[in-house]
Ligand binder design. Structure first.
Ligand SMILES: [Zn+2]
Ligand SMILES: [Zn+2]
Length: 496
């Protein structure tokens, strides 16, 4: 089955003939003037069982060109021609280029190379595909393959600009025609393009930060754990991603630039390069409470520069459906400020709790020190009294010997031990440093038990107020693994 035959120097294209003009072609065929383009053997103008006009070798030919081509092949070929023509391209079927004869050749505008479109329904090894593709490339043609066999498609290269393989679904020819139309049209319109990732070489990024009150010196500094990368502004199939600032190469340099531009006190890079410290006193901040998802919502009005994302992206060169860039979404200044305020309030509440515990521990240490001193001096006082009482009668050595000799009356203990035990017993401390009132206040603030009005000793109104205040200051998305997750997010860039 072929679509072109020749009458002298006139080329006749079966797919362009009408019902009337086909009668003339059949006349030429009967008179023996019509020749096959492949071998100049007389051509027969005929129709397939479904009525597709085409040419075949008259009986007696040994030429095998086109003999493998089924009606499905012919219909797909005509569909390829139709799609190209509809889009305004010059296209020709079975154009003989000497060593090759592409099913359809599409003439590209400008400097773009012409495209050979090949319908391959019968089996073809990967080796043959490469050979035939190379033969087309040698004639300055790119090749679009439509494979009817999955294995042939799997074997074909997917990472080369000059060859675009497409898999046709098996079975229903109407469905195959549909897929060919959709893919070829997208290819010719430039919607499916070869992506060499060069567009990811300059991805805009911004440094995300907020004013953070240092827990060490109390002064504010501009905490910038994340950078936001916005590949979505370049390609619609990629999402923005928040990454640890340190992963952008030289964080110290970025922070210096940021400080110069914003006038803010930016953080100091911690030894080892990961994490930031207070630039005033070097105190490490609490775990970052901003998650990567939240970071990307920061009002990003200042794009700080561009970064090459190719080595992070995990993408490989290949064919993709181009999607137009999409806008990233940000919160308003007020919404962002509210989130930051909530996080910082939670940190402040936690600092108060830690400070409270520290004060109580100090109080207990002080009491224990006082007690030890009291025991020491009381013991010394009583022993001194005993010595004063007995020395004049027993002499100093005698008194000391008595003090250290076990005594029946004292229950097999020495007088010195008995004095010590007595003093210890009379200086016992309460089991905790603080009173039950303080313990109750701690339970009320802790919030892990739901205490009643009576248990708290609070009017209902005040109890409600306490619960509300506690929620506001402790609810927090704090997560020490935020940065780790940011890093993982970067390593597996999500697709749209
Ligand atoms: Zn032939
Ligand atoms: Zn500080």
């Amino acid at each position: 089955m072929q679509l072109i035959a020749r009458n002298g120097s006139e080329y006749i294209r079966a797919y362009l003939e009408t019902a009337e003009s086909w009668t003339r072609v059949q006349g030429l065929s009967k008179s023996g003037k019509l020749l096959m383009c492949c071998c100049d053997h007389p051509a027969k103008a005929t129709r397939s069982p479904r009525g597709l006009r085409h040419f075949a070798h008259m009986p007696g030919s040994a030429c095998s060109v086109g003999s493998q081509e089924s009606e499905a092949h012919l219909r797909l070929k005509i569909e390829a021609l139709t799609v190209a023509h509809e889009l305004g391209f010059d296209a020709i079927a079975e154009y003989d280029r000497g060593t090759i004869r592409p099913d359809v050749e599409v003439v590209q505008r400008g400097t773009k190379k012409n495209v050979a479109i090949e319908i391959q329904l019968s089996r073809q090894t990967g080796y043959t595909t490469n050979e035939r593709t190379s033969a087309r490339a040698a004639q300055n043609l790119d090749t679009v393959w439509f494979f009817g066999n999955k294995r042939d498609f799997d074997d074909a290269p997917k990472d080369q600009r000059h060859v675009y393989p497409v898999r046709l679904p098996s079975g229903d020819i109407e469905f195959q025609i549909d897929v060919l139309r959709k893919k070829l049209s997208a290819f010719l319109r430039g919607v499916i393009v070869f992506d060499d990732l060069s567009n990811l070489a300059k991805v805009p990024f911004t440094v995300i930060g907020y004013d953070f009150p240092c827990g060490g010196c109390g002064r504010d500094w501009y905490r910038t754990s994340y950078a936001g990368l916005y590949p979505n502004r370049i390609r619609g199939d990629l999402h923005p991603v928040a990454v640890p600032l340190a992963s952008l190469g030289d964080p110290a340099e970025a922070l210096k630039t940021l400080a110069e531009r914003t006038g803010k006190a930016t953080g100091r890079v911690a030894p080892g390069g990961m994490g930031l410290l207070c630039p005033h006193c070097g105190t490490a901040p609490e775990a970052e409470f901003i998650t990567p998802e939240v970071a990307l919502r920061a009002p990003a009005r200042n794009i700080s520069g561009h970064r090459d994302m190719r080595r992070f992206s995990g993408l490989k060169p290949g064919w993709w459906w181009r999607r137009n860039p999409v806008a990233d979404e940000h919160w308003s200044d007020a919404e962002w400020a509210a989130v930051i305020e909530q996080g910082i309030n939670a940190i402040k509440t936690e600092r108060q709790r830690i400070a409270r515990e520290k004060r109580l521990a100090e109080e207990r240490r002080r009491m224990e020190a006082e007690r030890a001193e009291a025991i020491r001096s009381a013991t010394a006082a009583e022993l001194s009294l005993l010595t004063e009482m007995l020395d004049p009668h027993l002499g100093a050595p005698g008194t000391q010997a008595w003090l250290d000799r076990a005594n029946d009356i004292l229950g097999e203990k020495t007088p010195r031990a008995v004095v010590q035990q007595h003093v210890w017993a009379s200086h016992s401390l309460p089991p905790v440093a603080h009173s039950a009132a303080t313990a109750l206040a701690i339970r009320m603030l802790d919030g892990s038990e739901r205490l009643t009005e009576e248990q708290c000793g609070l009017p209902k109104k005040n109890l409600k107020q306490l619960r509300k205040s506690r929620r506001q200051t402790t609810a927090s998305p704090a997560s020490s693994s935020s940065l780790k997750r940011a890093w993982e997010g970067l390593c597996r860039l999500m697709f749209g």
